[in-house]
Structure formats: C-alpha cells, structure tokens
Design a protein around this ligand. Structure first.
Ligand code: G4P
Length: 290
C-alpha cells in the first residue's frame, strides 16, 4: 500500500461530501480497529455526525485482547444511547450479523421502519477493514455504483438485506494527526507507512509495551526466563536466541527487531490491544519528545 498523502483540499472535499450525504442515511457504521479504537478513529466523525445513531464496529477483534475489547464496549456504550458498540471480525466473518442487528436496534420506533430498509453509511480510516466488512456483508451481491436518481455519484450503495442498505464513505478519511502517539501505533500495526523511517524505534517501543502488558507471552515466545528491564538488552537476548547475528557474532539489531515486528503483526505473540480505556496517551511517543 502506498502511503496516503493528506492535504487540505482532499480533507475539505471528504468533509463536504460526508456532510451532504449524511442527510440521506439513518445510521453511521463506524469501523475501528479493535486493537486501537481511539487511534483508528477519525476526528471529524464526532463533529459531523452529532446525534446520528452509530454502530461502533470494533473490527479485527480476532487480533485484539478480548478483555480489553470488552472494556472498550463498555466505554463506547457509556458515551450515549445513540452508540451501539459491536465486536466483529470481518476476515473470519465472526459476528457480522451484529452490525445488521445493531442498525435495526438503533432505528426501533422510527415511523418509516416498516416501509423501507435502514440506510447506513460506513465510515473509517484506511486499513480498518471497511472493504472487508462491506464484502462480507454483501456476500455474493455487488456494490452498486451510485448513478441512479437520489444516489450521489461519490457514494456506493449496497442492499445487504431487505432491512439494510449501506453506503460507502464518500471520500477517504484520515486518522487523527494531532498526536504523534497515534501515528506510531498505526505504523506498528502496519496500517500506515508514513513513519517507516523510525519503524525500528517504534518497534522497540512496541516491545516495551508488550513486556509491560503481556510479559508471559514474550518469555514464552523467545524462551527467556527473566526479562531484562532494558529493552535494548532484551532485543539483544532475542537476537541471540534466534540467531540474528552478523559476522563476528555481534547482534544484528535490525534483523532481531524485524523478527519481533513480524511476530507481533503475524499474531505469533497472541491477541493484543495497544490502548485501553482511560490509559494515558503518550507511551509510544515519549522517547521522541526531548
Ligand atoms: P479498508 O477498506 O478499510 O482500507 O481495509 P481493508 O478491508 O482493505 O482491510 C485492510 C487489511 O486488514 C487487509 O489485510 C484485511 O484482510 C485486514 N482485515 C480486515 N478486517 C479484518 C479482521 O477482522 N481481522 C483480521 N485479522 N484482518 C482483517 P491485508 O493484509 O492488507 O490484505 P489481505 O492480504 O488480508 O487481503
């Protein structure tokens, strides 16, 4: 995937299109990455959608820490009756029906509910799994390009069932930029490539986080009895154990870090989450601030 170039014109257009198209839908389906629900959200959705009912989809739950996902559901529920958090995995097609049911539930009591399907707009930043969700919901049906009366040409419409019609985001949404920590977490997960130059440092921070939250997994995966306090010492140990060496027997740090990163992204370190409700933001960026 090429890095996405964000620029004000592009952002302005998406904002305008969402605003216009919001009037045509009853519900928002917001797709988030369950491992980083705050970092994978888009800043304008709250601002633009106001009270519009919202199914908050914690997608990729097959990769996330189940306990933390439960906490996130409680958190999103606490934001108001118009939010309905659901946990799904669009890749393994787990619990997808919860999205359909959620849309229905949020519209119970609407005067049109017996006459037409619920209309919902799917929104989410790149890589959270929007296309996978849409394809999984669609089954064999194909997305209809919106060139019919009443359908904006920038929106794709899809009849999921008699009770639900979904529209794709009219434009591309961007992650929150204001906090460096957010970009680092998305880079660690491979969702953005912008920070590639400091990916080694971000991965080291990821290792530190895993040691803090899931020490047993690190011990088991790399067969280490006592984890050193220092992350550099730890990566050396991992490198030694896994034969990441350069000629002369010195540790090949880059290879060892890459091995950890592949293990993390490939699920070899188990299901994990990089943020929990109430946790302070800044863990991933604090070493870069001085
Ligand atoms: P987008 O439209 O929001 O940009 O996201 P997209 O569906 O393209 O998904 C981005 C990546 O996330 C894809 O992986 C996709 O398979 C993966 N993904 C989406 N939903 C889930 C999920 O629930 N669980 C897991 N484990 N992965 C999910 P990719 O490596 O880019 O592509 P692919 O080789 O898997 O097709």
């Amino acid at each position: 995937m090429k890095p996405i170039q964000w620029f004000p014109g592009h952002m302005h257009k998406t904002r305008k299109l969402i605003k216009e198209n919001l009037k045509k839908v009853d519900v928002i389906i917001e797709i988030l990455d369950a491992r980083v629900p705050i970092s994978s959200s888009n800043p304008i959705i709250d601002e633009l959608t106001g009270d519009k009912p919202r199914v908050v989809v914690l997608n990729k739950s097959d990769l996330a820490d189940k306990q933390v996902t439960e906490q996130w559901k409680v958190y999103f529920k606490s934001l108001g009756d118009n939010r309905l958090p659901v946990e799904v995995s669009s890749k393994t097609k787990e619990n997808l029906n919860a999205i359909v049911r959620g849309c229905q539930t949020l519209c119970v009591g609407a005067k049109w509910i017996d006459r037409r399907p619920v209309r919902a707009m799917i929104v989410g930043i790149p890589n959270v799994g929007k296309s996978t969700v849409i394809n999984a919901l669609a089954g064999k049906k194909k997305a209809i390009v919106g060139n019919k009366p009443g359908v904006t040409k920038d929106m794709q419409r899809l009849n999921v069932s008699d009770s639900l019609q979904i529209y794709d985001t009219p434009g591309i949404l961007w992650p929150k930029f204001e906090d460096q920590d957010i970009g680092f977490k998305l880079a660690l997960l491979g969702s953005i490539k912008d920070s590639i130059l400091i990916l080694d440092e971000i991965s080291m921070k990821g290792l530190e986080y895993m040691v803090l939250k899931y020490p047993k997994r690190i011990k088991e995966r790399y067969k280490i009895d006592e984890l050193p306090d220092d992350t550099v010492e730890l990566i050396e140990l991992i490198g030694k154990k896994r034969g990441c060496l350069i000629s002369g027997g010195a540790i090949d740090y880059e290879k060892a870090i890459n091995l950890f990163l592949l293990d993390l992204r490939g699920g070899k370190l188990g299901k994990f989450s990089l943020e929990s409700p109430g946790e302070e933001i800044g863990f991933f960026s604090d070493q870069f601030e001085s």
